[in-house]
Design a protein around this ligand. Sequence first.
Ligand code: ARG
Length: 479
Amino acid sequence: MADKQATGNSANAKPWGGRFQEATEKLVEKFSASEHFDRRLWDHDIQASKAHAAMLARQGIISSEDARAISNGLDEIRGEIEAGKFQWRPELEDVHMNIERALSEKIGDAGKRLHTARSRNDQVATDARLYVRERIDCLNAKLHALQEAFLHQARSHANLIIPGFTHLQHAQPVLWAHHWLAYFQMFKRDRERLADCRKRVNICPLGSAALAGTGFLIDRNWVAEALGFDGISENSLDAVGDRDFIIEFVSSLSLVMMHLSRLSEELVLWSSSEFGFVELPDGYCTGSSIMPQKKNPDVPELVRGKTGRVYGHLMSLLTLMKGLPLAYNRDLQEDKEALFDAVDTAEMSVEVMAGLVARISPHPERLGQVVNTGFLTATDLADYLVEKGLPFREAHEVVGRAVAQCLDRGVELTDLSVEELCSLHPLIAEDVMKVITPEGSVEARKCPGGTGSQAVSEAVSQAEAWLEQNNPRSANAAN
Ligand code: ARG
């Protein structure tokens, strides 16, 4: 008989070695091991194993002494891992077999009974769901802090007016607060999406075993409840074979990153000397090793760059799943690095941007200058004519011609005298003067959701109320 490393009782033997004659190739061991990254799931794995063992004892499948020994053994292992003393063994493939083997070495036969009525296939699916649930909750808290930073910006500089853009061309004046509240809304939807995703994540696959369920009389609902799941999966093949919950989560992360990236792009522009709209905090910028004058917006640039990385993981995961027949396939092991890196990237990006946003300061003089150039109030002049009875299309034409004249003369609408303005059209009178100022323009936009100061102050109150209701730190949080 060839090398019996694959089987028997040697310390390196595989838990599945029974039917093998030859040892696993060293290169294959290295190629297939996931322990160096999936060890991140150790805590979730221990939680799930403890619940499973307790249930096995409740059902009389193992003795309560064995269950107690398993629970104590797992606690010891937890302590070792936390203290950095646990000996991880790549030849044992993954986190699950590392922990199970260490347990058996500690407590003997009781440890070998833990895997009754369970497979690594439902085990890994359970661990991954516990992990994703935990990360959703953590990210939710970080997004909350980011929204608080937007709200902080909206509350400070209450009357500051900035140019609003379409096509990155001057469009209409808007309140500084209105601008930040736009981001508040984006991340509100992101949080709602994550809360919704959490519902589908928080379902317990344990009991699906390898693919077909188990013949042991287990109590799946008890395990699910013990682990804080909202319910149990309804089809064993599906429960061990799909990772759509990870894809859905990473797709929500991609949207978070997309929103952060848009914000980043804007901050890079706004902090440039060409725009000069805002000052970024020094602590979030870096200098140049050669150009002494430089203050570079590296944080937003990196967030913008890292967005591609998260999208890449989403694409890997979608591609990973697309050709897999039911049920479990080892390909699924490839879900983890994509998931972990997407989570790490998104969490850190949100956290760093929350700190940055809270400390952005506007340059009001420069903004005041810019807001008075570029015909930002041309629409207001047209609306004025409409209110005096002219059809909008005609009003548009009149103002368009006026803008063309101003462009020829190198002046702004607001540079024209009352007489000049009145000469543009018989319906224009002296009261036009307050209409074409940035303040007049903003104030006119009273409709809900618009940039008028009343509408914006209502939006601030609504945002405050939403944050209050969805504060992850308070007991009455909606999600
Ligand atoms: N490490 C594996 C994974 O991440 C665990 C499940 C392995 N199951 C199996 N039958 N090989 O997917």
